[in-house]
Design a protein around this ligand. Structure first.
Ligand SMILES: [Zn+2]
Length: 225
């Protein structure tokens, strides 16, 4: 982000997970006014994810943190019987990072969040994408091209910024001091509303805390921890 952006509000595509929660904390610590945007795609884990997202926002509330904007982007009709809809055969802890790729989802979420920003005079949208991100629709090149298309489409400025794009998971976790990470939510296969402790995203979460030797405050419902 350039220097003259610091006084302007920034939209944040916010899922309530570790990365977007820590990015929210970073932007607030930089004095930014932040507009978090949550997009409900009716995926299996989202009712619990949204509860976590709202808990985290309450815990970090300041006068520069705007009220959560909730948008709908239903994807059940598109994804059909995919595990992200049914909650069955969810990628487990031993699966590769790209096993949790959802076709075009980053682009689908970003277009609605970016359009909301353009319609509300917000010229930047931040995404919590890390250097290790394996998804082709969340790379810096993709985001630049995507923003250019959106500007051409709507006729208003929009910049998609990736403040964590040079950071590893360890880097990101190391700037999370003081943030109430116990309220973040990462699981794609929750049990009774709690993290399962056995899915791909729970494994990533557990590893994130281990990377910085920070006690993991998450109550896992499943046996594997
Ligand atoms: Zn899980």
């Amino acid at each position: 982000m350039n220097d003259n952006s610091s006084n302007r509000p920034v939209g944040l595509l916010y899922s309530g997970g570790l990365d977007s929660g820590i990015l929210l904390g970073l932007l607030l610590s930089q004095g930014r006014e932040v507009q978090p945007i949550y997009i409900n795609s009716q995926l299996y884990w989202q009712p619990w994810e949204l509860l976590g997202a709202e808990r985290f926002l309450r815990a970090v509330a300041t006068d520069r943190l705007q009220e959560l904007v909730k948008l709908e982007m239903p994807l059940r009709d598109l994804y059909g019987d995919h595990w992200s809809v049914t909650g069955e055969n969810v990628p487990d802890a031993d699966s590769a990072d790209d096993a949790v790729y959802l076709p075009g989802r980053n682009a689908l979420l970003a277009i609605k969040a970016a359009l909301w920003c353009q319609m509300h005079d917000i010229e930047q949208l931040a995404l919590g994408v890390l250097r290790s991100n394996p998804f082709s629709d969340a790379t810096p090149d993709f985001c630049r091209a995507f923003a250019a298309l959106l500007k051409q489409c709507v006729g208003r400025e929009i910049e998609i910024v990736l403040p964590l794009a040079e950071m590893t998971k360890r880097d990101v976790m190391s700037i999370a001091h003081g943030l109430p990470l116990e309220h973040t939510f990462s699981c794609i296969s929750p049990i009774d509303g709690l993290h399962c402790g056995a899915c791909n995203k729970c494994a990533e979460r557990q590893n994130a805390f281990r990377l910085v030797d920070r006690p993991d405050p998450t109550p896992y419902r499943g046996a594997r921890q």
